[in-house]
Design a protein around this ligand. Sequence first.
Ligand code: SAM
Length: 200
Amino acid sequence: MTDSTAGYANEASTLLKTYEAIAVEDIHRPVWHLIPRTPARLLDIGAGSGRDAAAFAAMGHRVVAVEPVDALREGARKLHPSPHIEWLADGLPGLAVVRARDEMFDVVVATAVWMHLDAAQRAQAMPAVASLVAPGGVLILSLRHGPVPAGRRMFDVSAEETIALAAREGLACVVNTVTGSVQAQPDVTWTRLAFRRTSP
Ligand SMILES: C[S@@+](CC[C@H](N)C(=O)[O-])C[C@H]1O[C@@H](n2cnc3c(N)ncnc32)[C@H](O)[C@@H]1O
């Protein structure tokens, strides 16, 4: 089956180690100023190994971590058994489980996830994700550009498309920058985007 999670379950044990080896302050440098310094509600979509969820929890935040791949989610739960992280089996584009809880978040993060969605899924996902961003809250995304790893499904998604989808949902772009790979992959670049809710 070719879906947005293609390749992740098979490689989960290796990927858990790979993701844990990335320094949170390196990967999030362009958007770190948007993470609140006082306790807040954070949603990490496609949380992988839980590296970021654990860092946010250690800062005093309450984190809901969404991960659709069972092997990653259960591995992450074992790596980071924090009472401040709640793990949910859910996924984009609908996020049905999260949305059914009727709560909003000060920060919604989807790091290295959005480019796994096809165009129709991205158009469906943005209103779903935006509905979870509290007034004054932020949405932080990253988009990968470069060769697609074997067995994965990815698209070369532009900043422009993503900014336009977000604008329709009342989210104004506050960060749009391109970085290299913190994993030293010379042919890979990342677009880092952040949006703030400026209208309901
Ligand atoms: C490249 S990994 C990034 C993991 C983590 N965010 C990080 O930065 O280390 C992509 C993650 O997105 C998840 N993913 C793939 N499709 C998804 C979807 N439709 N909804 C939510 N997460 C998804 C994968 O299972 C995987 O954990």
